[in-house]
Design a binder for this molecule. Structure first.
Ligand code: BEZ
Ligand code: FE
Length: 300
């Protein structure tokens, strides 16, 4: 009896990507088919380029397995892997192109520490609920792309403390929701809050991603920053940071999140008359943040 001809060519190293891609031929979702086809092509080309050995593939599978096992409700090691490989920032950039983007404030990574809701706070209130740190005032304004102030815009902020820890990393040691706040802008789109100057800090490096950084002689540090998510009706929400000018690691952020436009001066203010309206001691640091949002329709 003559065997039936194979419905697709048999696997060979030469035609590997073509054969595997063919197996995905009937994928009903066209976008999934496109993504998988390209992924297979690039993965196979990569393995051929570096002449990947069986031992190396085993090591990679073990690494990914340990990365999965390191994930918990409050830790996402795969997200961290994407961050240190620059994938998070690349996809963020790819997702922020098109009409209206040029005049909008630049975005950057969300990071893993927005894991709890920020408490609503009044304009001018302090988000610092613990002792210590350099008193700091952050003022700002949220604008539309045409420069119109966005009354009632929501500004969600969170940051590390003066030692580089988020509240969720020091449970029981600092008050719950320390250094987090949700502010509603006034009629002119303005916001203000008191805080402390954040410090640079290492990303969680006690898991597989930390081992990867060590094996590649990379440090785990991020420069000092304050996180923002800003939203206003009819506008695309913006996830970004403000980086402290002069901080260490601005040119070697472990997750590649720094953009020049996001680096701001936190000036030292010594005049008591500028401190009094905010009930701040002197000296204090002051940064002013202008945030421009894109209209929602303009993004793809
Ligand atoms: C953060 O800034 O909170 C962060 C971002 C990416 C990875 C780890 C931490
Ligand atoms: Fe952070």
């Amino acid at each position: 009896m003559t065997p039936a001809p194979p419905s697709r060519p048999l696997f060979s190293a030469e035609r590997s990507a073509e054969v595997v891609t063919e197996a995905f031929r009937d994928t009903p979702d066209p976008r999934l088919r496109t993504v998988l086809t390209s992924l297979v092509a690039h993965l196979h080309a990569f393995a051929k380029e570096v002449a990947l050995t069986q031992a190396e593939l085993d090591t990679a599978i073990d690494f990914l397995t340990r990365t999965g096992h390191a994930c918990t409700d409050v830790r996402q090691e795969f997200q961290l892997l994407s961050d240190v490989l620059g994938m998070s920032m690349l996809v963020d950039s790819l997702d922020h192109t098109g009409p209206g983007q040029a005049s909008a404030t630049e975005s950057t990574v969300l990071g893993p520490f927005h894991m709890v809701d920020s408490p609503p706070r009044d304009l001018g209130e302090s988000i610092s609920l613990a002792e210590g740190g350099e008193p700091t005032l952050v003022t700002g304004q949220v604008l539309g792309a045409d420069g119109t102030p966005l009354a009632g815009a929501l500004v969600d902020v969170w940051q590390a403390d003066e030692k580089g820890y988020y509240d969720v990393q020091r449970p029981g040691e600092v008050p719950d929701r320390n250094l987090r706040g949700l502010f509603t802008c006034d009629e002119e789109g303005r916001f203000r809050f008191r805080t402390i100057l954040p410090a640079a800090y290492p990303i969680p490096d006690d898991g597989p991603v930390g081992q990867l950084l060590k094996a590649t002689a990379r440090h785990p540090y991020r420069p000092a920053h304050i996180h923002f998510i800003v939203g206003a009706q009819g506008h695309r929400p913006l996830t970004t940071h403000v980086f402290v000018a002069g901080s260490d690691y601005l040119d070697s952020d472990a997750v590649f999140g720094v953009k020049e436009s996001l680096v701001l001066d936190f000036d030292e203010v010594r005049e008591p008359e500028r401190a009094a309206p905010y009930d701040l001691p002197v000296p204090f640091r002051h940064a002013h943040v202008e945030i421009s949002l894109r209209v929602a329709e303009a993004h793809r």
